[in-house]
Structure formats: C-alpha cells, structure tokens
Design a protein around this ligand. Structure first.
Ligand code: C2E
Ligand code: MG
Ligand code: MG
Length: 555
C-alpha cells in the first residue's frame, strides 16, 4: 500500500500556485513545482506527450517531453492519462512509480490522476498561449509576420534607442491580380509566399518582413541592407510550379529613412504609406523615398479619392475633344475624347487624377461616364444635323477584368442609338499574359460589333509585336516620343517611326501619330506615308462648343 503521508491538499494547492505564477513559462522548465508533487506522490518520472497525429505511432514516440525525472523510475509500473483536443492533438501524461515503492492503491492512483489532470490544464494553457502568441504576430496564410509584429518590433527598437539603425519600407506587389488569374489562387499564394520568403532570407532575425494584408507588406531592415532590398523589390524572379517556370515580380515600394529621434510607430507607418502610395501611382517607378513632396502628393491623392464620387454626381468632369486631322485634306476626320475635371473653379489635369483613380478602379466609372457623355453629344449632333466624326474614348486597362465589358460598351452606345462606326475605343498595351488574353477578348468583341479599336501610346512601355500581329486593331496611335528632337536619338526615333508605320500598314492598321506640334513633324509624317495627325500644331483638346465650331468650318 502506498503511503502518501503529508497533506496532499496543501501540496496540490502549492503546486497550482507555482504553476500559475509560472504561467508564461513552459511546464517542462518547472522542475521545482514538479519536484514537490512528485516527491509527495512518490512519482519518479512524468512524461508529457504532444502528438500531432494520433494514428502515427512513430511520431508519438518521438514527441515526449520528460518534465521531471529523479532517475529512479520503475518503467513497468505507470499511471497514464491522455486527452484529445479539438484540433486532433493528443496530450498524454504518464507517471511512473519509484523503483523501491510499494504498489499504488486506488486512492493513490486517483490522486496521481488528479495531479496529471492539473498538469494537463497547465500544459494546454501554456500551449494555447503559444498558439495565441503565434497567431497574434503572424499571418496565418503565408506564415510570415503580420502588422502586430511590425508595430512591436518598431516600438521595441524605439524603446531601446536603436531605431536609427533601421529603415522601413512598405511595398505592394504590382499586378498580383494577374498572377492570381493566371495561376489560380492557391498557386498564386505559393508564389507570394516564395517571393516574401526569399526577401526574408536576405535579412537577419532582428529585421522583419510583415504582411499587412493582401499583397501589401512592410519591411523593417538595417540601413546597410537598403540597396539589396531596393533591387529585390524592383524586380525578382520567383519559381512557379514544378516545371521550373519563373515569373518576374515587381513591387511598388515606399521607403522611410528612420531618424534616431523617431517618436513612434505611427510616424514610420505614415511615411512609408505615403511613399508607397506615390510609388503605386507611377508604373515606371519602383521605389519612392519619403520626403515633404511625397506627403503633399499623398494628401492630394486622398483629396481626389474623396472628391471623386460627388464630382461624378455633380458632373464636374467634362469631355474635351482633340481633333485628329487628315494630312491629305487638312480636315478633321476624328477626335479623341479627353477628360477635364473642373473643381471649385480649378482645372485638374488628367495626369494628376487618372493615376489616383486607376489605383482604386474608380477609373472604370469615369471611363463609362466619358463614353456616356460622348454618346450623348454625338446623339445631339446627329439630331441637329451637324457634321459628326468618329470619336475615340480612352478605356483604362483596369476595365479589362470585367466579364461583361464588351456588352456594357455596346449597351452604352446603343442606349443613345449611336451608329457604331462613330465610336472608337483606345486601349493601352498590357504587361502580362492574362491581361493580354483579356485584351484579345475585348478587341475581337468590339470588332465584331463594328466598334473600332486603337492601341494607345504605342512605343512606350511594353510594346510587343504580338500586340499588333495577333489582334485586329483598326488604329495604332504612335506615341509622341518618336517625334522628340533630342540629339543623338532623333535619327533613331525617326527610323523607328518609319518602320512602325510601315509594319502597321502592312497589317492593314491605320496609324495616327500623337503630339504633332510643328510643321517639321507634319513633314516627317508625310514622308513616312502617315496621314493622320493629332497634336497642338493643329488643335489643343477643345471644349465641346469650340469643337462644334471647329467642325462647322471643317472643309
Ligand atoms: P492619351 O490618351 O495619350 O491622350 C493624349 C494626351 O496627349 C492628352 O493629354 C493630350 O492633351 C496630349 N497631347 C495632345 N497633343 C499634344 C501635343 O502636341 N503635345 C503634347 N505635349 N501633348 C499633346 P491629356 O488630355 O492631359 O491626357 C493625358 C492622359 O490621360 C491621356 O493620354 C490618357 O491616357 C489619360 N486620359 C485622359 N482622359 C481619359 C479618360 O477619359 N479615361 C482614361 N482612362 N484616361 C484618360
Ligand atoms: Mg488616348
Ligand atoms: Mg496617347
């Protein structure tokens, strides 16, 4: 018969108190609390077993923590206890008799089980706290750090007066929705994970890449790592799939060179966020460093975002028409609709607000507003017997994801009963395969309905010859950069212009050159067999009534 002589109740209470006081620590490192109770119950050894998978016997064996071992266990005589948690994890506890002890009676076994129960409660609590701690500071999906970790790390660095050693950065992966469309969500998430892990792999444990949500991340890194992080975010290759295929990923990143006296984390967040927003608004720039101008631009961005909805409602956007002139007859043979925003007596140019609207897809609303107003104008010109020319409307790439895009365009044109031959849609080149296939759908769809299509700004960015060979464009709008007279590239520009025109024409595509500003430009166009020009040499974008007057004398 086992003889547990001292006050068992008191000992259990002491044990619990010790465990509570040590709640933040792992039970396995609490030999003192264990010693008391094991001594009292004449237990030689306690195993704590956490298994991930109940059916996996091997794994069970390998995952045993011995909490207390006085080296005197009789391994053939044990009391066991185990529980399955909600997530399928098993926690097992075994206590062994001392070698020289007499057999435990029922009462003793009960007490030991009670003690093991208590142990379970505390072990589980400690485990849950670890899980909670992990969840609080990690992103579940990518298993990277999250915003809470970023805030904590910055706060600790400020408290330790080490913040000046760091820089911070906020980045957004460009066109990640295209990667999603191309690979599907799961594979795209894997790509994102690899992209972020590669970046984390370049840093030490005191630095961190943290997910803010979606495809937005922050990085806290030592100042000496700036160049390599900039280069990585500018462009990095990531393997996607098992076939070794690699995709190139670019990010838009805002950087803040943190000063020694940085007061708090909100200053860091505000600065990197403002710089990131400016980087996002500019497709050609991957890194923007915070300064006062960046803050101004970010405030402006927020202002435009807020003003947009009421501005649409109040019809603050106006259609300006810039004539396209035929160089054979010097007549207006078409026009481009360009947007002008009048707010509080101020004219806000497109360069300021279009990139802002492209960021949150408001541009799609504006594009359809423009199309609607153009159709309304054409309808009124037709009704009053005025001369009408084909009008091209710009459609931002952001519209390309919309499944019913072609139908919506046609429905808008038909709503005003405008013959399709009077409408042209200008689209710019795309950057990814997915966007290209969307573009293809739209161009073919419009073509079939008799609405013509134009490639806008051809020659800047990602021009590819597939773009003109694979799609049935009606018009190629050649960017004004080819008319730039800046030695030594003028000769090159003109040579490119000549060949682009001849290539397009051999595909049966009409060319319009943008930015024709001088008589010299007109001459160059004619020499190269291009007879459609758009530019200040002939006309600036005109308000509706001036354009009507211009058309009235169009002979
Ligand atoms: P874009 O579609 O390439 O339009 C041509 C731009 O070149 C217009 O600028 C026009 O005013 C300008 N331009 C025309 N002739 C000349 C010239 O001889 N010299 C110079 N230096 N510039 C000339 P704008 O109106 O400021 O518009 C800028 C861009 O904003 C447009 O480029 C277009 O991408 C975008 N945009 C304008 N309206 C809309 C719209 O309704 N929807 C969308 N999605 N984008 C629009
Ligand atoms: Mg255009
Ligand atoms: Mg253009």
């Amino acid at each position: 018969m086992a003889n547990i002589s001292c006050d068992y109740g008191q000992a259990l209470e002491n044990f619990i108190m010790k465990m509570v006081r040590n709640a933040d620590n792992d039970v396995a490192v609490m030999p003192e609390a264990m010693e008391d109770i094991c001594g009292l119950l004449k237990i030689a050894k306690v195993n704590i077993e956490h298994y991930k998978n109940v059916s996996d016997a091997e794994q069970q064996k390998g995952d045993i923590a011995i909490v207390y071992d006085n080296g005197n266990a009789d391994l053939s005589r044990e009391v066991g206890f185990s529980v399955v948690s909600g997530d399928g994890t098993i926690a097992g506890y075994r206590a062994y008799q001392q070698k020289d002890d007499i057999d435990w009676d029922e009462n003793c076994t009960k007490r030991i089980t009670t003690f093991l129960n208590m142990l379970h409660v505390f072990c589980d609590r400690s485990r849950l706290m670890k899980v909670a701690d992990y969840l609080a500071f990690h992103d579940k999906e990518l298993e990277t750090y999250n915003i809470a970790h970023f805030v904590k790390t910055v706060n600790v660095a400020i408290a330790q007066k080490k913040i000046g050693k760091y820089n911070a950065c906020y980045f957004n992966i460009r066109d990640f929705s295209d990667v999603n469309n191309m690979l599907g969500r799961n594979k795209a998430t894997d790509v994102m994970k690899k992209y972020v892990n590669q970046l984390s792999g370049m840093l030490s444990k005191d630095e961190a890449v943290c997910r803010m949500g979606g495809d937005n991340f922050t990085v806290l890194f030592y100042k000496e790592n700036l160049e390599k992080i900039k280069n990585y975010l500018d462009s990095a290759d990531v393997e996607c799939g098992d076939d070794g295929k690699v995709i190139s990923i670019r990010s838009a990143a805002g950087f803040y060179v943190i000063p020694d006296d940085c007061p708090d984390v909100s200053q860091v967040m505000d600065c990197i966020n403002a710089a990131k927003n400016v980087a996002r608004s500019n497709a050609d720039v991957s890194c923007v460093f915070y300064n006062d101008e960046v803050m101004m631009r970010d405030m402006e961005r927020r202002k435009y975002e807020q003003l947009f909805k009421p501005a649409i409602k109040n019809e603050e956007f106006q259609v300006y028409y810039q004539p396209k002139v035929s160089l054979k007859k010097y007549k207006v043979s078409g026009a481009e609709a360009l947007c002008r925003w009048f707010h509080d007596g101020e004219l806000i140019p497109p360069i300021k607000f279009i990139p802002v609207l492209e960021r949150n897809k408001s541009i799609c609303t504006l594009d359809f507003y423009m199309l609607e107003h153009v159709c309304r104008d054409i309808r009124s010109w037709l009704d009053s017997g005025k001369e009408v020319v084909k009008v091209s409307v710009n459609l931002s790439r952001c519209n390309l994801g919309e499944p019913q895009l072609v139908e919506r365009i046609i429905a808008t044109v038909d709503k005003y009963n405008v013959p399709h031959e009077f409408i042209e849609i200008e689209l710019t080149e795309t950057t990814t395969d997915v966007a290209f296939s969307e573009l293809k759908k739209v161009v073919f769809g419009l073509q079939a309905s008799g609405i013509s299509t134009a490639v806008d700004d051809f020659g800047i960015g990602y021009s590819s010859l597939n773009l003109i060979s694979d799609l049935p464009w009606n018009v190629l709008k050649i960017d004004k950069k080819f008319l730039e007279v800046n030695q030594p590239s003028t000769a090159h520009n003109y040579l490119m212009l000549k060949h682009i025109i001849s290539l397009a024409q051999s595909f049966g595509i009409e060319c319009v050159v943008e930015g024709v500003e001088t008589v010299e430009h007109v001459k160059v166009l004619k020499e190269n067999n291009c007879y459609m020009a758009q530019g200040f040499y002939f006309d600036k974008p005109l308000p509706k009534d001036s354009f009507e007057q211009r058309l009235a004398v169009n002979m």
